[in-house]
Structure formats: structure tokens, C-alpha cells
Write a protein that binds this ligand. Structure first.
Ligand SMILES: C[S@@+](CC[C@H](N)C(=O)[O-])C[C@H]1O[C@@H](n2cnc3c(N)ncnc32)[C@H](O)[C@@H]1O
Length: 282
């Protein structure tokens, strides 16, 4: 089957619910009925590429065996919202800076400093974290091992992240000094993150719903912003509870403000700062 110009019928409400259920079961992403036209346009673009004109047939393809797995990874790329930028929520990054500076000043560093960007999209968030961590260690003239693990379900987003080249719009929230220190302007007008920062970030494919099956690493910083908002409330709490198990004692969890309300955890203390929603493991 090849690319086709055939008209694809509108997605019925019943079909929408079937696709929405699949997306929620597999990726946690919750779609409401008013996102039907968005889903329809993404499905129909992909179906045209493959020459399908029936949502049911395409659904069978996506849910069928090994080929279905491959097709699913393409579809989730198209459907997931990947909006991001460097230093998107500046106050959260400044919180990480103060947190690490305190650790350095109080000589509380362990052998390595490990951060995790969960739902990292195209890399702006994990690179921003690496820049903040690098700033702190350079200022203190320390050279410990540090690294940022960047996790996402979208393989095209991860591939862009690994490339480390960004449009001027993505770096708008960087200060002039940050962009001078950490980005090189290329001939094509894009900005490339400098190698010493790129080398610190490891991009990994993964589904946050399967967090408990991932290697049991312990992190100093877990940064999870603008991901949980797409999930049901009970699922947000379940994921956060699993993230807490991945924090080193004294480690910090930083989420987007208001992304989770009425959640607390016996091992965590909330930071008293209205500009951020951050917790420290006791
Ligand atoms: C809106 S972006 C947020 C990017 C970044 N954290 C920020 O705040 O700028 C959400 C990201 O979460 C990813 N995502 C969605 N569902 C996911 C899942 N189940 N597991 C891992 N990543 C997921 C999407 O692919 C997307 O890149």
C-alpha cells in the first residue's frame, strides 16, 4: 500500500473512544472528546501514508504483534505533545542550582551527581539541567562525575535531543551569558549545544508507566514537568510514588506547579517556596 489521496471518513465518537482507550492504557495520555479532531487529523495523516482508509483496519495494524509495536511507536510520536524550551520554568532550574550549591557548600556530595529528566521531549530540559549542574561545579572548581538521564516515549523527540541542535526560539529563555557559554551558532542559523554538555546527557527510550520495570537507579534530582498533566489524577500519584523510590536520601523531586494537588508522601518534605513544586527525600 502506498501514499493515498483517498478521503478518510470522520472518526465516529465510538472510534474515538476506542483509540483514546488504547492511548491511555499504553501511554497514560488522556484525551477528551474535544481533542477528537486533533486525533483524527494525526490518524488520517498516518493512514494516508500507509494507504489505509479504515480506522478499524489501522487499529488492527497498531495492535497486532511485532509490526503493531513498530507502528505504535510511530503513532505515539505523532500524538504526544512535545512542546518544550530551554529553562522553560526558570524558577525550577534556579531551585536546582541552589539545591546543588547547598550540597557543595555543606560537603554533602556523594560519589556522583545524577539527574533524571522524565518526559524530556527534544532535550531542552535535560540540557538545561546539565548547564545548571555544570555552572555549580565549575564555580566550585570541582570535577565530580555527573550525568543527566533523559527519558521519553517519543523516539523522534529523543533523536532530536541527541542531535543537540535547536532553533533560536528554543533558546529565548536563556540569558545571553548562558547561550554564549553553552551554545554555538551554526551556519544554518541553529544553535548547537556544546560538546561538554551534550556528553553529560544520555537519552533513553522508555514509558513512564513502566517505571517499576526500569533499572533501580538512585537519583539526586528527578525533574518531571508538563507530563503528568496529560494523565488521570490517580495515575499521576502512582507515578510520583514510584519516582520517590528512585530518589537518593536527600534527593529532590521537582514537578510542575499545580500538576499534582493533594499528594504527599511520608518520605518527602515539600520545599517552602511558592515559585516551585519541589520535595526533598528525608
Ligand atoms: C509537553 S512535553 C514536556 C517536555 C519537558 N518536560 C518540558 O516541561 O518542557 C511531554 C513529553 O512527555 C512525553 N511522554 C508522554 N507520555 C509519556 C510516557 N508514557 N512515558 C514517557 N514519556 C512520555 C512526550 O513524548 C513529550 O515529549
Amino acid at each position: 500500500m502506498g501514499w493515498s489521496l483517498r478521503t478518510i471518513a470522520d472518526l465516529s465518537d465510538a472510534e474515538f473512544l476506542q483509540w483514546a482507550k488504547l492511548l491511555e492504557e499504553r501511554a497514560g495520555i488522556q484525551l477528551s472528546l474535544n481533542q477528537k479532531s486533533l486525533l483524527q487529523s494525526q490518524l488520517s495523516i498516518r493512514m494516508r501514508e500507509l494507504g489505509y482508509d479504515s480506522y478499524a483496519e489501522y487499529y488492527s495494524l497498531v495492535t497486532d504483534g511485532l509490526q503493531g509495536r513498530l507502528e505504535w511507536s510511530i503513532l505515539i510520536d505523532r500524538v504526544a505533545v512535545k512542546e518544550t524550551s530551554f529553562f522553560r520554568h526558570r524558577a525550577s532550574f534556579e531551585f536546582v542550582r541552589r539545591y546543588l550549591q547547598d550540597k557543595i557548600n555543606n560537603q554533602q556530595l556523594t560519589s556522583s551527581f545524577d539527574a533524571w529528566s522524565v518526559g524530556c521531549s527534544t532535550g531542552e530540559e535535560p540540557y538545561s539541567l546539565a548547564m545548571v549542574i555544570n555552572d555549580c561545579f565549575e564555580l566550585a572548581q570541582l570535577e565530580p562525575y555527573y550525568g543527566v538521564t533523559a527519558l521519553d516515549i517519543s523516539s523522534t523527540a529523543l533523536a532530536k535531543g541527541r542531535l543537540g541542535r535547536f532553533m533560536p526560539r528554543s533558546i529565548e529563555q536563556m540569558t545571553a551569558e548562558e547561550s554564549k557559554r553553552y551554545c554555538q551558532l551554526g551556519h544554518d542559523g541553529t544553535y548547537e549545544v556544546v560538546r561538554k554538555i551534550r556528553d553529560r546527557v544520555c537519552f533513553t527510550y522508555g514509558n513512564v508507566l513502566q517505571i517499576n520495570d526500569m533499572p533501580a537507579v538512585q537519583m539526586d534530582v528527578i525533574f518531571c514537568q508538563n507530563l503528568l498533566v496529560y494523565f488521570r489524577r490517580w495515575l499521576r500519584r502512582d507515578i510520583l510514588n514510584s519516582l520517590v523510590d528512585r530518589l537518593k536520601p536527600g534527593g529532590t523531586l521537582v514537578i510542575g506547579i499545580g500538576e499534582v494537588v493533594d499528594w504527599e508522601h511520608p518520605k518527602l518534605k515539600r520545599i517552602a517556596n511558592e515559585e516551585v513544586q519541589a520535595y526533598v527525600r528525608q
